[in-house]
Design a protein. Structure first.
Length: 253
């Protein structure tokens, strides 16, 4: 089996977001810098240290992971739904590709965009904040699996969507609240016991917690369990998307 068609699809996905770098990568970087200025420098001076770190350093892992999550989701959701709408997905079906390869190419595109956004955020943040990096390897793995999870979620949503409004609906009214309630700007240990337990049902919390461990060396949950939960969810969504795609579920819009 040749992997040229598979690699061509991956190259297509990478080219699609890199060609629009000013629209796909720069906005989350600038948004993170605004968060650093507003929350880090303005509010940080009046907030006590969290887990022994200055507030601006504590929120940085969550801000970076937020960019990875949002843009991994947007990449696959937009690309896959556009392929459905334009019926260009029919070209993929006649190519010498397995269903798993087709779905994986979209997810890998999301991973590449998520990693690009995350790296750019940290590079730009380093100009304003002196932050530690406990483990580059763990950081890469955390971002990789998180981007795969939300890339697969983007595909699932774009399969179910009937319009662009449906794609944006999940992003604006489900994904964004989960991100902001996932511990980006606070430690869940600061919450009342009831809401601490509720936070454990938020998958974004585990993604942010794993990145916080990779950068700061501290986590609010057992760090390897956070990673394992993200990995399991990513594999389940990958299997679900592949199965639905194989059955021809709403492939054409």
């Amino acid at each position: 089996m040749t992997y040229i068609p598979f690699l061509s699809l991956i190259n297509r996905e990478a080219y699609r977001f890199l060609r629009l770098f000013s629209q796909t990568v720069l906005p989350p970087v600038l948004l993170t810098l605004l968060f650093i200025l507003v929350f880090g420098y303005s509010l940080g001076s009046s907030i006590k240290k969290i887990q022994g770190f200055d507030y601006i350093i504590f929120i940085l892992p969550g801000l970076a992971q937020m960019g990875v999550i949002q843009h991994a989701y947007q990449n696959s959701a937009t690309s896959f739904y556009l392929a459905r709408m334009e019926r260009s997905i029919e070209n993929f079906l006649v190519a010498p590709l397995s269903y798993l390869q087709i779905i994986s190419s979209f997810i890998i595109g999301s991973i590449l965009r998520g990693l690009t956004v995350g790296i750019c955020i940290l590079i730009m943040s380093s100009l304003f904040v002196d932050f530690p990096i406990a483990s580059l390897t763990w950081l890469f793995l955390s971002w990789f699996v998180t981007a795969a999870l939300f890339g697969a979620l983007g595909i699932l949503v774009s399969m179910l969507a009937e319009s662009w409004d449906h794609v944006a609906l999940i992003s604006n009214f489900i994904l964004m609240p989960l991100i902001y309630l996932g511990g980006v700007f606070y430690s869940i240990k600061m919450l009342p016991p009831f809401w601490q337990k509720i936070s454990l049902f938020n998958p974004v919390f585990y993604a942010i917690d794993s990145t916080r461990y990779a950068l700061l060396g501290k986590s609010e949950f057992t760090w390897y369990l956070s990673f394992l939960l993200i990995l399991i969810m990513a594999l389940l969504l990958l299997f679900t998307c592949t199965l639905l795609f194989k059955r021809g579920f709403k492939i054409i819009n």
